[in-house]
Design a protein around this ligand. Structure first.
Ligand code: PEP
Ligand code: MG
Length: 584
């Protein structure tokens, strides 16, 4: 039989994470279980197989989870094996529903039947939990990954929780249709050092399951079925990494500060999302963790973890950081970070029930978290260091009063119980909702430090969804309006002596970070994968000249502005070329 091999094609997308990867395409489409053409008997079998798989997951969870969770897992197992529940779903399938529709319909029926009374609501949540598990077993094609060959996952979009689910060493690259540099899915991909190309429209038209893919995350380019010569060229010129090797090894003579060519010291901290991120704390130039996203480690949990579980995690982080400080951000759920155990009654929107609003509704959740942080600081190997806690999404000064009162209550509670408390507690806030910028004067009196969350600030300022690929490219973070706003925050914080840093992804990009130095920012919290490029940029830059350039760009003086029609991005890029600033 004659075999036709399809030719190589090249797709130009956008770079969402740097690096080169070569592997087999895996088309991931969780919503698409094409079972309409199946017979009811076949659907029934797929459903029962998924139930069986969910039961097996519960059994293996019993081995891994602590004993106090056993009861919950046993309840889940019993519910899954409940023949009446299974039969109801099979009845719906027999009436013509597909599998996902059938399990959703039965769940909806039960929601109405159980009513709102709290005992029955708790039972309903248990059924909802197992429904979710079965859905995952039906849709989570991760289980059929080849566990050996390098895989390049191709998907419409990837949420942070999916990024955590695909925690396999042989996942070497990602291709996505719709995602942006600042979406949480991409932030986690960056932590895992997985090259990503985005902005590929209708990728199913060009890529088939099992196609060989070579992706160049630096250029935002995909080679589908690459020719041998292309692979050889990449092999010899650029590193094709089936599994990414991570950060550069530590050089014992490394300096302890990052100093610009004209002698300005810049403090670099890291954003920590997964435990591997903490490894770079061993590098002397990294001062600590400027943003520890506490919600990420627990994203995969069926239930929000108890105080002891949280205390153990925070204590491990503090011990790993040793003398360096760690800013623990209080729970920031909502938007694209949703939790089964928390979000049952809320719509998943970027501007909805996110952090401080949510906290005011469910203060007990945050109080338990603060309790765990307090205990971790007291019992870790470095109990004399201050505890740094930062609250996200503060929108009104009132909310700052509220979260401070929660911290006070927790400290008082520990004292009343005869427990020790940290020697010092520093309470900070993220500036990431534009309304707070109009209350800066009062707000800065209520905080010990601030960190600018440019990812969210960008979406709220320009009224866009941060994960939307098209919209996030429509506006520029280096536009004069956005930069002017950032300068206002930096100037006011400095004038009040409040330490200010920026922990959004923009500080991890050399051109953007140059502009931030130009508006006077000296503390950056960055993605660990960007340490080298930001360090190189700073060391090869005269800060005064970029400061001069930014003053000109943001000046209201039309005479000064008339000297150039270029955008801030163009002017900073030009300056980098003149100064031979290293941008990678
Ligand atoms: C931000 O919004 O800039 C930020 C750092 O927080 P997150 O990306 O977790 O929302
Ligand atoms: Mg944010």
């Amino acid at each position: 039989m004659i075999q036709f091999t399809q030719p190589q094609i090249i797709i130009e997308g956008i770079s969402l994470n740097l690096g080169i990867a070569h592997g087999q395409a895996y088309m991931y489409d969780p919503e698409n279980i094409e079972d309409r053409s199946l017979t009811t008997k076949q659907k029934e079998k797929i459903f029962l197989d998924a139930v069986q798989k969910a039961v097996e997951i519960c059994s293996s969870n019993l081995r891994y989870w602590q004993e106090k969770n056993h009861e919950l897992i046993l309840v889940q197992k019993a519910l899954l094996q409940d023949v009446t529940w299974q039969q109801r779903i099979i009845e719906k399938i027999n009436l013509g529903a597909n599998i996902i529709e059938a399990i959703t319909l039965v769940l909806n029926d039960l929601d109405i039947a159980f009513g709102r009374e709290s005992f029955w609501q708790a039972r309903f949540q248990e059924v909802k939990g197992i429904t979710q598990l079965v859905r995952q077993c039906l849709t989570n094609k991760e289980v059929s990954f080849d566990k050996v060959k390098p895989i390049v996952l191709c998907a419409k979009t990837i949420s942070p929780i999916e990024m955590m689910q695909f925690d396999q060493a042989n996942l070497v690259g990602l291709v996505v249709e719709d995602s942006s540099f600042i979406s949480h899915g991409m932030i986690i991909a960056r932590s895992r050092k997985i090259p990503v190309v985005g902005g590929v429209i209708e990728l199913k038209k060009f890529i088939n399951n099992n196609d060989q893919l070579l992706i160049d995350g630096d250029l935002g380019r995909i080679y589908v079925r690459p020719q041998k010569a292309v692979i050889a060229n990449y092999d010899s010129t650029k590193k094709v990494a089936p599994t990414n090797s991570g950060i550069k090894s530590i050089n014992s003579s490394e300096k302890i500060a990052v100093i610009s060519r004209d002698g300005i010291a810049v403090d670099l901290y890291i954003n920590a999302n997964i435990s591997e991120d903490l490894n770079c704390l061993e590098r002397p130039i990294i001062k600590g963790v400027g943003l520890y996203r506490t919600e990420i480690p627990f994203m995969m949990s069926e239930r929000w973890p108890d105080v002891d579980t949280q205390t153990r995690l925070y204590l491990q982080v503090m011990n790993k950081a040793q003398e360096k400080f760690v800013v623990f951000r209080a729970l920031d759920v909502g938007g694209d970070k949703t939790f089964q155990s928390i979000h049952k009654n809320f719509r998943e929107t970027q501007s909805g029930w996110r952090n401080s609003r949510f906290t005011m509704q469910r203060p007990s959740l945050i109080r338990l978290q603060l309790r765990a942080m307090i205990r971790a600081r007291v019992h870790c190997d470095y109990p004399n260091l201050p505890l740094h806690v930062m609250f996200p999404m503060i929108t009104e000064t009132q909310e700052m009063h509220f979260v401070r009162s929660l911290m006070k209550k927790e400290l008082d509670r520990e004292k009343n119980l005869g427990h020790s408390i940290p020697k010092e507690v520093k309470i900070g806030a993220m500036v990431e909702v534009s309304s707070i910028i109009f209350q800066l004067n009062k707000f800065l009196d209520l905080v010990d430090f601030i960190s600018i969350g440019s990812n969210d600030l960008f979406q709220f300022f320009f009224a866009i969804d941060r994960a939307d690929a098209v919209m996030s490219r429509r506006y520029d973070m280096l536009s004069s309006s956005f930069m002017q706003m950032l300068k206002t925050i930096v100037d006011q914080a400095k004038s009040k002596g409040i330490p200010v840093s920026l922990c959004g992804e923009m500080a991890s990009r050399p051109i953007e970070a140059m502009a931030l130095l130009g508006i006077g920012l000296r503390h950056f919290s960055i993605n660990p994968s960007s340490i080298e490029s930001i360090e190189n940029m700073i060391q090869s830059l005269d800060v005064w000249s970029v400061q001069d350039c930014m003053n000109n760009c943001l000046s209201n003086d039309s005479l000064i502005n008339k000297t150039s029609n270029l955008s801030i991005r163009q002017r900073i890029t030009e300056l980098a070329q003149i100064q031979q600033t290293q941008l990678s």
